[in-house]
Design a protein around this ligand. Structure first.
Ligand code: DC
Length: 249
């Protein structure tokens, strides 16, 4: 679906009436959406929030305290610890990226109470940007559908599961981490299934999202394509200067 087919949303909660540009980047595991969102934010001079890191932080802390990542009762203390300590250092910690934490993150993210607590944090982040920042890029699974349903632009980044597994496998190899391609493919398929079938905020493209299939695109081509889409909607031909946008109200 093209962004030219933007649907006006009937209802905008009070807290979303703001001037800053919000760009939602959703997609399955290892689709490249995180790298894309990071680069897009850098190119535009916007803030970036990796919402997956929030779920990973809860998962890592849950594993550290020996909690079952599927049980809210057991995960709750970890959630409380993380909510009191959501620092940039924690959210960029390399330990958040281990296969164990990835698996546990997929489990904690299916718990409605965890989602509700982290939803508020994400909305607060988007609503409280410093005055000098023109917008924010948030990446995740439900940004365009639940967290920021009125985002100015929504991208849904995807690629075939085999291609995503190939990329993740090469990444693990370059980090000298042990894994077979078959293992990585099975892990990704299991996470896809959990992410798309959970009851609360399942992974699904927003109806007004621009779908970007990166199976045959490299990261630079993917970034260029998104910047072209953003330019065509907001930016002047002469530079990365956002024009005022008439919000749907
Ligand atoms: O994007 P990621 O792989 O870092 O996300 C880790 C897990 O968190 C993933 O299994 C799905 C979940 N997640 C989510 O449910 N909603 C988000 N907005 C972001 C991530």
């Amino acid at each position: 679906m093209s962004i030219l087919n933007f649907r006006k949303t009937d209802f905008i909660p009070e807290e979303f009436s703001r001037q800053k540009i919000v760009i939602a980047v959703d997609g399955p595991a290892a689709s490249g959406k995180g790298t894309l969102a990071q680069k897009m934010a850098k190119r535009l001079g916007y803030a970036h929030l990796d919402s997956g890191a929030l779920y990973r932080a809860v998962a890592m802390t849950a594993l550290e305290i020996g909690a079952d990542p599927s049980s809210f009762q057991e995960v709750q203390p970890a959630l409380n610890i993380v909510l009191r300590n959501l620092t940039p250092e924690l959210l960029s910690c390399p330990d958040l990226r281990t296969p164990e934490v990835s698996d546990a993150a997929s489990k904690v993210s299916a718990i409605p109470e965890v989602r509700a607590a982290l939803l508020q944090h994400q909305r607060d982040f988007a609503a409280n940007l410093p005055a000098y920042v023109g917008g924010v890029v948030i990446d995740g699974r439900d940004i365009g559908t639940v967290v920021c349903p009125n985002a100015d632009i929504k991208f849904f980044v995807t690629a075939s599961v085999e291609e995503r597994a190939r990329r993740r496998f090469l990444e693990l190899q370059s980090e000298h981490k042990e894994a077979t391609f078959e293992q990585v493919l099975a892990d990704l398929s299991a996470r896809d299934l959990r992410d798309t079938t959970r009851k609360v905020a399942p992974l699904v493209a927003a109806t007004d999202a621009y779908i970007l299939d990166t199976t045959k695109l490299n990261p630079a081509e993917t970034l260029d394509e998104t910047i072209a889409v953003i330019r065509s909607k907001f930016l002047s031909e002469s530079g990365d200067v956002a024009k005022p946008v008439q919000k749907a109200v």
